[in-house]
Design a protein around this ligand. Sequence first.
Ligand code: UDP
Ligand code: MG
Length: 329
Amino acid sequence: MEIIDSTTPEVSIVIPLYNEEQVLPTLIERLNLLRKSADIRFEFVLIDDGSSDDTAAIIRSVGLTDPGYKTVFLSRNFGHQIAVSVGMAEATASRAVMIIDGDLQDPPELVFDFYRKIKEGFEIVYAVRKTRKEHFVKRFMYKSFYRILNAIIDIKIPLDSGDFCMISRRVNDILVSMPEQNRFVRGLRGWVGFRQYGYEYDRAERFAGKSKYSLKKLFQLAYDGIYNFSEFPLKIILKLGVFTLSVSFVYFLYIVAKKIFYPDSVPQGFPTIIIFLIFFCGVQLVCLGIMAEYLSRIHKEVKSRPLYIIKSKIENTTEIPIPRQWDAQ
Ligand code: UDP
Ligand code: MG
């Protein structure tokens, strides 16, 4: 059982930072203001994701002087999703953990609204972007990605929601203990279930500096989303194989019919080659599809996600209090 005393923070705010020296002074100012405007005990967890600018130096000095800040320095740039995961593992707040970007696109002030929802009993409050102020190409890519993802994955990932969210301590513990290596935090967050609330907001522009998500990183994120939460790419192989085999069969019937009714119009040998070609392509695809089926099972096993997560139990007419730690097997 966790001991909660008057110094344990109630809410942790996790912020991954990669070369954000231009934004940091304003970010820290706004975080400090949060403490002034409410009697919630905050903990700010800042993660330096191997920045090459002054980010590390700035947050080091904040961490050394202000006990409300926990600062973590990674040995190199591991990427946004890992940096967020580090922050979640380091967060010590008793009630909730909020995840925001460091560039002030996600207003930290929403912490109060989000926390209210958590107190109402929601375990996850995720932000939904009503509008975005980014370049239309990026907006279009994001929009299409989430729609494609939702069409092919087994769980529901809320449309137009990023990592900006607040989760209860319990959900934080569950997510931290998931052993997945390729982390797609917003997917895992959708996967755990519980009562979730989508909070609509207008996404601001980055306060200063450039996006740290290169096109390559963005595609990597999209791949992680698709391959970690969908078996569609593997399953499609078998379907393609069956389709190809059917084509070769139909073509075969067509040639036989033609040979019977118009024997002179069918050239010698040529249709046989075509039929064999399509047929063996089909056979190969079906074989690959079978392998893919095994691979998908291995893939599921190695992800080692818990089979289920119990929300609550009733025993002897008494509701068992929801355990802090996840009790999934
Ligand atoms: N970030 C990070 N590591 C990276 C890339 C980004 O920690 O490798 C941080 C970055 O400092 C910011 C957040 O993740 O706080 C979101 O990045 P960014 O604003 O560049 O992404 P965008 O909003 O353009 O999608
Ligand atoms: Mg941003």
